[in-house]
Design a protein around this ligand. Sequence first.
Ligand code: C2E
Ligand code: MG
Ligand code: MG
Ligand code: MG
Length: 291
Amino acid sequence: DYGSQTNQLLTEFSPEQEPITPEQKQLALELKQAINDDQLKLMVHPIVEINYRKVVAGEVLIRWRHPQRGLISPQDFIHVAEKTGVIYGLTRWVLSAAIQELAKWQQANIQCQISVNISNRDLLQHELIDFIAGQLNKANVAANKLILEIREGAITADPQQAHDAIIRLDKLGVHTVIDDFGTGLSALGLIRELPLKGLKVDRSFVKSLTEGDTAKTIVNTVVDVGRNLGLDVVAEGVEDEEVEDKLRRMGCNLSQGFLYSQPFDLAGFVSWTQQWQQKQKQKQQQTIEFK
Ligand code: C2E
Ligand code: MG
Ligand code: MG
Ligand code: MG
């Protein structure tokens, strides 16, 4: 019962926080209900190795099937969940579902990692990591199959706590990447101290790659920073081959975007990835035969 974990939290606010509007409070209550009523649904978006176009991971993206309002995008409710504390139960629900999905992928012989978005407030919760360890254990999946995506702000808001959390995750074997990298830029000094696995270059930069030299310089710099620190660099929002090609030449190694596919539902991701791997195998077979 992930919804009930948030009972208390709804009334606990730090004084510096913006007040919650009645509409937001209503939405938060409905969201709590939604967690228990099976109204939340996960989509998966492939993350692809840029040179060989191998699917290496799937990012889990939440959707809310609201009984009256229809499908609601995370942009319209995650901030309310964060503000009201409902995020704690929500994140646990997502993590639990994602880890169960990982177990299914293993059975289907899909060798992908799963990447889960974590809110800034989640990272400050000490028990979250124990919860993750417990779920991995229960599902019998290896910790290094799980990636947590945290935003730059989680590191700059409370560097010490974030540092401790990322170290604990690393010890457990779980990978951490910085999401929407570049939008804060202030984390630059802090990231080299952390046992991170990668950076995800924000879509706003990637999108502007075809627009001229300034954007190119920024993306190039971010890719260089990541690669020089020995990190994976994922470009978000890759929509065409021209952009993919530019990124490849910059040394960016992973790519995600509508060029490869739109996000899938869980079953869709499994069959798409299997087909993709099959195609890839046939291609390799052909090049071997032609040699
Ligand atoms: P994000 O983590 O940066 O996720 C990437 C978003 O960009 C997704 O939108 C995805 O559909 C979209 N995207 C990926 N490639 C392309 C592309 O080529 N073109 C375009 N136009 N869009 C692309 P989505 O699913 O609406 O998610 C928005 C944000 O909501 C996410 O941004 C993430 O910050 C948050 N979010 C999603 N699921 C969760 C969750 O389970 N927990 C938390 N805390 N946040 C979540
Ligand atoms: Mg993300
Ligand atoms: Mg992102
Ligand atoms: Mg983004």
